[in-house]
Design a protein around this ligand. Sequence first.
Ligand code: PLZ
Length: 452
Amino acid sequence: MTDTLAPASGTAQDPEIPQERSIVTAIPGPKSQELHERRKAVVPVGVHSALPVYIERAHGAIVVDVDGNRFIDLGGGIGVTTVGHTVDTVVDAAREQLGQVFHTLFTITPYESYVRVAEKLAEHTPGDFAKKTVLVNSGAEAVENGVKIARKHTGRNGVAVLDHAYHGRTNLTMAMNYKAAPYATGFGPFAGDVYRAPNSYPYHDGLTGEQAAARTIGYLEKTVGASDLACLVVEPVQGEGGFIVPADGYLPALQEWCTANGVVFIADEIQSGMARTGAWFASEHFGLVPDLVLSAKGIAGGLPLAGVTGRAEIMDSAQPGGLGGTFGGNPVAAAASVAVFEHIETTGLLAEAARIESTLRPELERLRSKHDIIGDVRGIGAMLAIELVQPGTHEPNPEAVNAISAAAAQRGVIVLTAGTYGNVLRFLPSLAISDELLLDAVGVLDEAFSAL
Ligand code: PLZ
């Protein structure tokens, strides 16, 4: 892995960043505090920053702030920098493209990199059939387009989603999220024809996959009826909801029901896809072959890009001119994305996700046996989480989550929160992170738990 950690092209803008944590000021440091004051004057409070340290540069699994503090990044920009920060080949691909052409608009005059990303997605998403891809700018926009396409294909309106789901911040996706606050509070009216069904949440419902699927399907049949549903949108591993891994057999049963009833089965792989779980897409772990796969986040290493990939006959149901957008599939983002795919293909990064799980999961289990507020350890690959509870119960403990993430930040570890009740700590580091850094970060967490 050392190659991927070398500074990009050795230019003055890319000095070597040691892959170790180092805190040299109070957190946030003086320069961050100064920037934060400026920001408060010009950026609305609706745009919140979980940790107001201002980042200047990053490489591999380390981010460096304006005060020179180096943090172990266990969040990867919420699962975006999956291949690592500033990977040489990705930086080079984007730089080269910048020197050629920034923008033409694919729906006016196209270019090759868009086609190459579509080819890569056709190759790496589950299913051995003809697939097509539309590229857009963000995860929410991918969800919106997936729904548009499913509606056009089926001639139906209904959109089914699951409890604890998160799909974005646009009007339709706000209506698809489980959690109202903070995403939707006061922002209505919301899109209609969205139906939310119970999910599978083994730690809380204790149901088998079969039982949970019967509950979901029964609910949808009763409250909508399959014949009015265009699609069911599921995150194979729910992200913002708290890295919820459904019980065995749950998702295949949902897919089977969708297929039998002409409902388009859409996998929102925006957080779980692109090698995060040790498979190209988490659907593979469950034997799913979705009709449509949504990708974003890690697809271009940090540049804004997202896609809807699916069965050619479904994707082609949208009329010419029906899909698009000014920046969708931007040449620089697309060039970076091709480099991300090639990096994953050639450096064995899928195995790195499995390595991260084999290092981190036993450590998290060890913490659970030591600290009784850790109720559950779960996840797949480099998408792991712990759920914090009131000791001896399954009641949420968001205060502990906030205290631990704040204490970790003070010691140079960035760890993200999640969960409908804000009581989950999630770990989604870059796949380039070393075992040493993981163990160092766990040591910091362990001390934070002990200090509670
Ligand atoms: N679907 C499964 O995880 C984005 C949200 C960050 P966008 N999750 C991080 C925040 O607070 O805004 C996400 C996701 C899943 C869709 C989305 C939406 O992706 O690129 O943020 O629009």
